[in-house]
Design a protein around this ligand. Sequence first.
Ligand SMILES: Cc1ncc(COP(=O)(O)O)c(C=O)c1O
Length: 373
Amino acid sequence: MSQVELDARIHQVLCEFQLVGPFSAGYPVNQNFDYSELQPLLAFAANNVGDPFGYSRYQANTHETEREVVHTVAELLRLPTDQAWGYVTSGGTEGNMYGIYVGREMLHEPIAYFSQDTHYSVLKILHILKIRNIMIRSQENGEIDYDDLRESIRINRDVPALIIANIGTTMKGAIDDLDRIRGIIEDLALTQYYIHADEALSGMILPFVDDPQPFGFDHGIDSAAVSGHKMFGSPLPCGVVVTKREHTAQIGRAIEYVGALDTTLLGSRSAIAPVILWYSLTKHGHDGFREMVARMLDMAEYAVQQFNANGIPAWRNKNSPTVVFPRPSPYVLFQWQLAPLDDFAHLITMPQITHEMIDAIIADYIERPPTDQ
Ligand SMILES: Cc1ncc(COP(=O)(O)O)c(C=O)c1O
């Protein structure tokens, strides 16, 4: 392939990205970032293989930066750093898989409980890990149905419970109440249980609001998975999983080949992703994230009000940037890349979403009503 052809392909991909960006309102990715300062790092075959808290023979790594990211996220999720372990994952799915894997290893042949609104990755993971499981009904707002959860655990009281709680569901941004879940466990006097929290989006929202729902290790979770490409903003999909150090200590084994402790799910891992997350955390700082979150939630409220003012019954859960409304026409879905499910769809007011975009979506919604094919 000639240089001209190479350039043409790169230019073509760039144009495609530039074209769709301003019309993407349905997916929870922060597009407001500039990591061009990190470009020199792309000249190296860097690799974070192995445990970021251990020694690795492969020295072109960013384990130190990775540890910093894990510690910062652990603190945000209310876990003291001396009790924390974790690593930078390839995304929310790997984080969920790791947390659920740790839960399975801690418990003897558990039953996993998760709500209907749980991300599809969880059921897949439970199949792969061969964990018995029970899907619990969801409430209308996307939160788990606590009565169904109680009843399902009650009739299986002799089996350890591995609970997957949603701290921000994919479609409705609903947050399962960790205190109520723990209340059920205590009422039923369960002694063997483990709570993994899927915090893909809201794990980096709730630490920055004034009145958060329970979301952290201080409310009894044992592990949490957060996505990196969602709130942090990242050109590469990535995430962070945090667990209690005491749990993972039992799982690792030493691998001679790379001279590293094999505690992570993947072998070779991105050395760039930790730097991206560190850069985002450092550049924004806690104050920057607080401002970003406040703007997103204000924008979500604006969207709800504008939809409602135009007779469209939109709503959102508390502290959520996910705005839910009746499923629009295929044109509007396509034009704004909105995520549909059955009879509803959502938009998510990530930092790049503007008032003008919201107004334009609503204008399109009215002009091309749901009945318009
Ligand atoms: C709640 C939730 N969990 C897990 C995931 C999976 O994340 P990823 O696509 O990064 O694997 C998502 C993705 O949207 C999600 O919304």
